[in-house]
Write a protein that binds this ligand. Structure first.
Ligand SMILES: *Cc1c(COP(=O)(O)O)cnc(C)c1O
Length: 357
């Protein structure tokens, strides 16, 4: 049968996946295109995606970085020595700049929500409620994607009662801003959006969960510049890269993600959180159960306590250390990391390997 992808692979000068894991998965998928070559020698490499920092970095954060790092990072963001200077940024200044982004996001989300409500002919009273959703001072999780089913946009809603307790915890509340689009023909994707919107209308979630329609670069920019945590829940290994998490990292947000796509390479143990260890189960229902529990556990035991652990000056030092470590390449643990490889690889890596492949 004719296949466009095979035609492209045979005619192209170069082919690559967009993360190490995606390269590996792609070589497995397409090995029959080159039946005479062993899998590791296929002309199908990987080049991990990047993001254009000038497009995604907030003006305030860019100014702060220029003040303490100079301008070299703008020309060569791959120069690790420049990023080490992030440790020189005073915690208070970094926190103020980050908080500014969160305040912007809350304003923007309220405005968008009002417009959404106007469009569907909501009453003045209903529209006025939009002014009260979200809180510029509380831990803010962002989730914005295409609502393709493999991205599991509703994994966070798996146990609604537990989620309600987490977001409404008296002294340590949490809020979530969702945004996304489904392909018009993707009925399952649209159903996921409907579930989130309905939940956001329940009294106990009304101030804590917001869904923004028409996900585009403007929505994305406000989100990645304003969230504290960026959630990514693809079904491994289906996410090729999941690049939006990098936009967040530049702005000082922390990633919480399944070890899939770029996060296999980006996760350093001290710059965010991994949901699980890259396990793949045969039973999807079981996988959803295990991984949603892992998310709730991380939130309750690590993320929420760290965010609200404040000094007398109101600054979360431990949290800021995480924000800074993400920029420090030297922080990579020396133990071998098999996460980037699918099951076949870790067993063949020598124990002293750095985990690169
Ligand atoms: C970055 C971006 C994407 C891609 O991000 P993923 O993490 O791969 O989902 C999609 N849409 C918009 C508007 C973006 O800004």
């Amino acid at each position: 049968m004719f296949c466009m992808a095979v035609l492209a692979l045979k005619l192209t000068g170069h082919a690559n996946g967009v993360s190490q894991l995606h390269g590996e998965v792609s070589r497995k998928m397409w090995k029959n295109v080159w039946p005479d070559l062993p899998e590791e020698h296929l002309p199908l490499t990987s080049i991990t995606n990047g993001v254009h920092n000038k497009t995604w970095l907030s003006r305030e954060m860019a100014r702060l970085l220029i003040r303490y790092l100079g301008t070299r990072w703008l020309e060569d963001p791959t120069d690790a020595s420049v990023w080490r200077r992030v440790s020189r940024i005073p915690d208070g200044e970094l926190w103020r700049t980050h908080k500014h982004g969160r305040e912007h996001l809350v304003d923007y989300a309220r405005k968008r929500l009002k417009e959404q409500l106007c469009q569907v002919g909501a009453t003045a009273k209903e529209i006025a409620v939009a002014d009260e959703v979200l809180d510029p001072d509380i831990l803010t999780i962002g989730f914005a994607r295409r609502f393709a089913t493999y991205k599991r946009g509703t994994l966070l809603l798996h146990d609604v009662e537990r989620l309600a307790r987490i977001v409404n915890e008296q002294a340590k509340p949490v809020q979530i801003v969702f945004a996304g689009k489904a392909h018009p023909a993707d009925h399952q994707g649209k159903e996921l959006i409907r579930q989130i919107v309905q939940l956001s209308h329940q009294e106990r979630f009304r101030h804590r969960i917001v869904f923004l329609e028409d996900y585009d670069m403007s929505v994305a920019r406000h989100l990645v510049q304003g969230v504290d945590v960026w959630l990514n829940t693809p079904l491994r290994p289906l996410e090729a890269s999941g690049t939006s998490g990098m936009k967040v990292a530049f702005n000082g947000g922390l990633n919480m993600s399944v070890l899939d796509g770029w996060w296999c390479e980006g996760y350093r143990g001290n710059n965010g959180w991994a949901i699980g260890k890259g396990e793949v189960y045969d039973d999807l229902e079981y996988q959803n159960e295990v991984e949603s529990r892992a998310i709730y556990d991380l939130l309750e035991k690590e993320i929420v306590p760290l965010f609200y652990d404040r000094g007398s000056d109101g600054i979360p030092r431990g949290w800021i250390a995480c924000m800074k470590h993400r920029c420090s390449r030297s922080a990579r643990p020396s133990a071998p990391i098999g996460w980037c490889s699918s099951t076949r690889k870790p067993s063949t890596l020598p124990p002293s390997s750095s985990g690169r492949n």
